[in-house]
Design a protein around this ligand. Structure first.
Ligand code: RIB
Length: 320
């Protein structure tokens, strides 16, 4: 199998993480029971996953402030083997404030800082790049320009629509995307919530779509066919970065020309493992761990394929 080459363009944040019995409701105060700082940011998390869990030759375009917060972010990416294209700005390095409940769920507030300074012209040379991996934590105009440039150069464009878009995405951006990765909330933001998951995916104007379904696994319409991948059973303590781990691992698999089914299965296994550890980049598993879990049989799955199909509204005879 060839080693895929992935360029990630996106955000890097220092995550300030508080653990608490539950994520507080508006107006509520809760007593937390732990605080730590971790390297994060959706783009940087995905780059680490691409390199560590997916084994791809990974580069990343990111923007950092000239401050102490930038240091652990650079170190984490370099430790994972990611080659960096850093735009240094006067704005402070991005930060995220995260509360993780004892049920492993979280609530996140991002202060973009330097991330807001990434521009269309900062995209590095695309020569040799198999996949460009993007998210929505960077300015939308820049994301659109990067996708368009990569698409015109024959580079496969993968867009993770996180955080969920608050307005319809520009058609020109979607036209340049080969594969969308969305969670259920992001899918609802793009299609509305009427109809089954399968029906709503069919309404999207992008050829390839993967819908991540948390612990259940995922539904994908990719490479001209549809597939269901149940999730893997783990003891989850922190879901932060699980979606990013999925995206990075999947992009690495696709860049290496791995069969789509296997790439999706590994992405599900990697994201499950990421839930068993605290932090975003700190929780990204090694490739060997991913391969071991991905090789597990049906008893390691959270749901059966039939249950997952029923949840998504899958009618096998209707599939493309
Ligand atoms: O997806 C998780 C990430 O979202 C965190 O690392 C935080 O920085 C925010 O970008």
């Amino acid at each position: 199998m060839t080693k895929g080459r992935v360029l990630v363009a996106g955000s890097a944040n220092l995550d300030f993480v508080v653990r608490a019995p539950h994520v507080p409701a508006p107006g509520e105060t809760v007593l937390g029971h732990g605080f730590a700082m971790f390297p994060g940011g959706k783009g940087a998390n995905q780059a680490v996953a691409c390199a560590r869990a997916g084994g791809a030759a990974t580069r990343m375009l990111l923007a950092l402030g000239d401050d102490a917060q930038a240091l652990p972010l650079e170190a984490s990416l370099r430790d994972a083997g990611v080659e960096l294209h850093i735009q240094r700005t006067h704005a402070p390095t991005g930060t995220a404030f995260i509360c993780v409940g004892d049920d492993a769920e979280n609530a996140i507030t991002v202060v973009p800082g330097a991330n807001a300074e990434l521009r269309a012209e900062h995209l590095p040379d695309l020569t040799g790049v198999d996949v460009l991996l993007l998210q929505l934590e960077s300015p939308l105009a820049s994301v659109g320009a990067w996708a368009k440039q990569a698409h015109a150069s024959g580079v496969r464009v993968v867009l993770n629509t996180a955080p969920a878009p608050r307005a319809p995405l520009p058609p020109a951006l979607l036209d340049a995307v080969d594969l969308l990765i969305v969670n259920e909330g992001e899918l609802a933001a793009m299609t509305g919530s009427s109809g089954t998951i399968v029906e709503r995916v069919a309404r999207l104007r992008v050829a390839g779509v993967v819908v991540t379904l948390g612990a259940r696994g995922c539904y994908a319409r990719i490479g001209g066919h549809a597939l269901l991948q149940p999730g893997f059973v783990v003891d989850a303590i922190d879901t932060t970065g699980a979606g990013d781990t999925f995206c990075g691992t999947l992009a690495a698999g696709l860049a290496s020309r791995m069969p789509e089914e296997e790439a999706v299965r590994r992405a599900c296994a990697a994201s499950a493992l990421a839930c068993t550890r605290l932090g975003a980049q700190a929780s990204v598993p090694a490739r060997s761990e991913v391969e071991a879990l991905a090789a597990a049989g049906n008893s390691a799955m959270t749901v059966s394929r039939d249950e997952l199909g029923a949840y998504c509204g899958w009618v096998p005879s209707d599939q493309p």
